[in-house]
Design a binder for this molecule. Structure first.
Ligand code: SAM
Length: 216
C-alpha cells in the first residue's frame, strides 16, 4: 500500500477552511466534530486530477463512470443527520469517490461500504488506505440488499436515490439507529431520515437534493 504524501494531504487548506465556514457553518451545520473533520479530510484527493482545483466548490463533481462526488453541504447534512458519537458501526451504500466514507470513518467506529462499480470501489479503496484509514470494509455488490452478515447497523447512509428506501436496509437498521437517504423522483428528491425506536420507525425530511439513481 502506498501512503499519500503529507504535502498532498495538507494542500488546499485555505480553500478547505473557507468551504467549512461559508458552505457548512453559515448554512446551519452545527456538529463541531463534523466541521473539524471536514476541515481536515483532503477532498481534492477524491476528485479527478483535472478537477482538483474545483474540489472545494459548492457543487458535486464528476468522478467518472457517470457518477459524482456529492456537494460538500450534502455530505455534511447527511452525516450530521446520523448523529454519530464515535462508537457506531455504519453501513454506507454507494462508496463513489470514498470522500463521504472518509468523513464517516473519522466520526464512527467502523464503516461497511458497498459500491456496485468495480473501478470506483477500487480507486476509493486505494486512496482511503493510502490515507491510513483502517476502519473501513469494502464490498463490490448491489447495495440494495444491504450487508446481512454484518447487520444490525447503528446507522445507514444511502448516497444514491430511489423512489422507496429498500426494505432490506430498513430491516438491517438496529434499535435506536438512524438511516439517511434521498428518496423521490429521478430529477428531484427529499433527504429522508428514519429513526427506529421500540421497533417503530419515525420519519422526517431535512431538505431537497438531487442524487444519481440507486441501481438495483
Ligand atoms: N458519497 C459519494 C461521494 O461523496 O463520492 C457519492 C456517491 S455517488 C452520488 C452514488 C454512488 O452510488 C455511485 O458511485 C454509484 O455507482 C453507487 N450506486 C448506485 N446504485 C448502487 C447500488 N445498488 N449498490 C451500490 N452502489 C450503488
Amino acid at each position: 500500500m502506498n501512503r499519500v504524501n503529507p504535502d498532498a494531504i495538507h494542500a488546499h487548506a485555505g480553500q478547505r477552511r473557507k468551504m467549512v465556514e461559508e458552505q457548512l457553518g453559515d448554512r446551519g451545520i452545527r456538529d463541531l466534530r463534523l466541521l473539524e473533520v471536514m476541515s481536515r479530510v483532503p477532498r481534492h484527493l477524491f476528485t479527478l486530477d483535472s478537477l482538483q482545483q474545483r474540489a472545494y466548490g459548492d457543487t458535486p463533481l464528476p468522478i467518472g463512470e457517470n457518477q459524482t462526488i456529492s456537494q460538500p453541504y450534502i455530505v455534511a447534512a447527511m452525516t450530521e443527520a446520523l448523529g454519530l458519537k464515535g462508537d457506531e458501526r455504519v453501513l454506507e451504500i454507494g462508496t463513489g469517490s470514498g470522500y463521504q466514507t472518509a468523513v464517516v470513518a473519522e466520526l464512527a467506529a467502523q464503516v461497511f461500504t458497498i459500491e456496485r462499480i468495480n473501478a470506483l470501489s477500487r480507486t476509493a479503496q486505494k486512496i482511503l488506505e493510502g490515507l491510513g484509514y483502517a476502519n473501513i470494509v469494502f464490498k463490490m455488490f448491489d447495495g440494495t440488499y444491504g450487508w446481512p452478515d454484518q447487520a444490525p447497523f447503528d446507522a445507514i447512509m444511502v448516497t444514491a436515490s430511489a423512489r422507496e428506501i429498500p426494505e432490506a436496509l430498513i430491516n438491517q437498521l438496529g434499535e435506536g439507529g438512524r438511516l439517511v437517504a434521498p428518496a423521490g423522483d429521478a430529477d428531484k428528491q427529499k433527504l429522508v431520515v428514519l429513526t427506529k425506536k421500540g421497533g417503530k420507525l419515525s420519519k422526517k425530511e431535512i431538505g431537497d437534493c438531487k442524487f444519481v439513481p440507486l441501481v438495483g
